[in-house]
Design a protein around this ligand. Structure first.
Ligand SMILES: Nc1ncnc2c1ncn2[C@@H]1O[C@H](COP(=O)(O)OP(=O)(O)O)[C@@H](O)[C@H]1O
Ligand SMILES: [Mg+2]
Length: 333
């Protein structure tokens, strides 16, 4: 495969496949996905739990668990393939050029270290300025991220902060070396709705001001459409649909995407979480040979059960892997 990178893509992932070894079988977690993240833009990766969102992004930055293997693919970041780098090279890029924010700050923060020191440490580890500069920058990051009395808060430990405030500390750490890209893996899932909005607004503001790229991983279709420029829908480790956000709101072409969208509307109307789409996600113990969504799809046909739908372009920048996408759009299922 030819490996070139389009000019405004900061990260370009091609044909990524990841498997895990388990005692009895193999889990085909990511099955040949391709996508790009443009400079200064936010890409949303959406799908139910277990669809391969975290595995896809973590494998790109070298944080795959030891029983996992990258079976194929490339991930060009500023022209260099991350999948062919050593752990040492990747450690250098993580934190310096690519910042990462996880769902639960408590597992990522050191409980015994003052938060200010933890933010400073990111910069010192990457030789990003002198100690004095790292300190000043920590104070200004805390201020920018809405933490009042930053000099006092610098000396606090993680347990002295609320969940939302801890997530702000994580954002400060991710931003410390002014990376070009931030990967945010369900950064607001553990927070209540009001704090979630505050954190997303904050991320959006700093993303715009610094013209950063973000990959926002979320199971929440509403978060994705509010926050992202472009959205990638994953299901069973495959790309179901990609388009800009406007297309996703007005004209999603995959029955799975329609299901995700409808669950958000119902959530708003009834004020409680309903099961998004009836049925279960497939086990991933064999590679897909037909449509993985067939068993849950309201539009399933015989073809869907025997033929794997290819990802194909149905509009400008609008890709979908569904045999019946045209009908979905014209009938508005
Ligand atoms: N270390 C592992 N060993 C075996 N299976 C794994 C491992 N990590 C993830 N998986 C499986 O890979 C699939 C994708 O997981 P993940 O990317 O974490 O989903 P999500 O979309 O919720 O982030 C799931 O079926 C999950 O059970
Ligand atoms: Mg995940």
């Amino acid at each position: 495969m030819k490996r070139t990178q389009s000019s405004d893509a900061l990260l370009e992932v091609q044909n990524l496949a990841v498997e895990f070894r388990r005692s009895e079988d193999i889990v085909h977690a990511v099955n040949g996905i391709s996508f790009s993240v443009e400079r200064g833009k936010v890409l949303g990766i959406v799908g139910e739990s277990g669809s391969g969102k975290s595995v896809a992004m973590m494998s790109v930055i070298g944080l795959l668990r030891s029983n996992g293997t990258i079976k194929s693919g490339s991930a060009l970041f500023e022209g260099k393939d991350l999948l062919r780098m050593s752990q040492r090279q990747l450690r250098h890029i993580r934190g310096r050029q690519i910042g990462v924010i996880f769902q639960d700050p408590m597992t990522s923060l050191n409980p015994y270290m003052r938060v200010g020191d933890q933010i400073m440490e990111v910069m010192l580890e990457h030789h990003y300025g002198t100690t004095k500069q790292a300190f000043d920058r920590t104070i200004s990051l805390l201020t920018e991220l809405g933490i009042s009395e930053p000099r006092k808060r610098f000396r606090n430990y993680p347990h002295e902060f609320s969940g939302g405030m801890r997530q702000r500390i994580m954002i400060a750490m991710a931003m410390a070396c002014e990376p070009d890209l931030i990967i945010a893996d369900e950064p607001t899932t553990a927070l209540d709705a009001t704090v979630q909005m505050q954190i997303l607004d904050l991320l959006k503001r700093v993303q715009k001001q610094r013209n950063m790229s973000i990959v926002m991983i979320t199971h929440d279709f509403g978060v994705a459409t509010n926050f992202c420029h472009k959205i990638l829908v994953l299901y069973a480790g495959q790309v179901m649909e990609v388009a800009d956000t406007r297309t996703f709101i007005s004209n999603p072409a995959h029955p799975y995407t329609r299901g995700l969208r409808n669950s958000v509307i119902e959530l708003g109307q009834r004020g409680r979480k309903l099961e998004a789409i009836p049925g279960m996600t497939p086990t991933l113990t064999s590679p897909p040979t037909s449509c993985s969504f067939a068993d849950r799809c309201p539009l399933v046909s015989d073809q869907c059960r025997v033929e794997l739908p290819k990802l194909r372009e149905i509009g400008e920048g609008h890709l979908v892997s569904c045999h019946r996408a045209e009908e979905v759009i014209s009938h508005g299922y």
